[in-house]
Write a protein that binds this ligand. Structure first.
Ligand SMILES: *Cc1c(COP(=O)(O)O)cnc(C)c1O
Length: 360
């Protein structure tokens, strides 16, 4: 076996102990003569997995009792529609901070349901900056305030969040979920596609404050209604059983390492190594993102020209590092360094960056 350092933005590297544990029990789960993914989702074996996965989210975030954890199909993108459909009256108003490619998608879907006020619009800064959260206020009659805690493509990350008073703060945390301690009581709803920090693609984790479930109107179809899923503990329909099982394995690994404090410490160490290599390069590498809001999950950088960027990505691959090409919409390079990326991976990349710069 020869596992390489995988810097892909998602799906992405997962913890080896979680993958090994799943591989070891994949064909036959706990002496039942079948794989977990072949079993009824009503079996007591799957039920235990489902509960433990939700409990792990509760324990890691120290969730107050007033929050529900849901596992839904459709990834984070389905939440771009479920959030406005459930939290806002048709034709209502909400606020959104437009900070990059993902918040742009959330904006487009919310606009199909009601009016979206841009509390912040980073277009003129090319989405390379974030505002001081203290300057942001929800507008009158706003149903919720949406932001994207980490822009996976642009590489900007909120360090603190706006205080939105009685207007619920809704956050797409797909690419920095379970990566740092957080006071969840600041938020009305948090959602995350699993495939960056928490498991495989195809499932979203939703943390919702229970009083918000009252907003989900009867006009909504069953699956698109949060209240349907909350009432059945995400068992209204067949849940994405394999994804939930891998989420459990991944979060068990994280809890064993020391939970969110450990995740944050490692994220700072990994990102420090790569930003450090950039700083040392005397301008060979440059980060377009303003320093105060640089992501510790997705580090974006440019080289002097596109030819060198191509060469960098190709040579990195020859040296056991994949996935370093930037998103097709912005170009350049990007190192996605989620929870499961070992610090050794970031160190190897930083050393390669030094070496590549001196040779070129
Ligand atoms: C990846 C990502 C999404 C989309 O997730 P899907 O599961 O593909 O729908 C949404 N928001 C952010 C911030 C992401 O990084």
């Amino acid at each position: 076996m020869n596992r390489i350092f995988n810097f892909s933005a998602g799906p992405c590297t997962l913890p080896v102990p979680a993958l090994q544990s799943a591989a070891g029990e994949f064909l036959e789960y706990k002496g039942k003569g079948m794989s977990l993914i072949e079993m009824s989702h009503r079996s007591k074996e799957y039920d235990a997995v489902h509960r433990e996965a939700a409990d792990l989210v509760r324990r890691l975030y120290e969730l107050p009792d007033s929050y529900k954890v849901l596992f839904l199909g459709g990834g984070a993108s389905l939440q771009f529609s479920m959030v406005p459909m459930n939290l806002m009256e048709p034709g209502g108003r909400c606020d959104l901070a437009l900070t990059g490619a993902w918040s742009k998608k959330a904006l487009a879907d919310a606009r199909k349901i009601g009016t979206v006020n841009l509390a912040y619009d980073g277009t003129d800064e090319n989405f390379m900056d974030l505002p001081d959260p203290a300057t942001l206020r929800p507008g009158a009659g706003s149903a919720y305030f949406h932001l994207t805690s980490n822009e996976t493509i642009g590489g900007v990350q909120w360090q603190r969040f706006p205080a939105t008073g009685s207007v619920p703060l809704v956050c797409d945390m797909s690419s920095d979920f379970v990566s740092r301690p957080l006071d969840v009581s600041q938020f009305g709803l948090i959602y995350a596609g699993a495939q960056k920090n928490a498991g495989p693609a195809g499932a979203a984790i939703v943390i919702i404050r229970e009083d918000l479930l009252e907003r989900s109107g009867d006009h909504l179809t069953s699956y698109l209604n949060y209240a349907t899923h909350a009432a059945k503990d995400s068992m209204y329909n067949t849940p994405p059983v394999f994804a939930v099982y891998m989420i459990m394995k991944t979060l068990q690994w994280l809890e064993g390492l020391g939970g969110l404090e450990a995740a944050e410490r490692m994220a700072k160490e990994r990102s420090g190594l790569i930003y450090g290599a950039m700083a040392k390069s005397a301008g060979f590498y440059s980060c377009p993102v303003k320093e105060h809001c640089r992501s510790v999950m997705n580090v974006v950088f440019r080289l002097p020209d596109e030819e060198l960027e191509k060469k960098f990505v190709a040579e990195a691959l020859e040296n056991g590092m994949s996935g370093l090409k930037g998103h097709r919409s912005v170009g350049g390079c990007r190192a996605s360094i989620y929870n499961a990326m070992p610090v050794a991976g970031a160190r190897t990349l930083a050393e390669f960056m030094n070496d590549f710069a001196s040779r070129n």
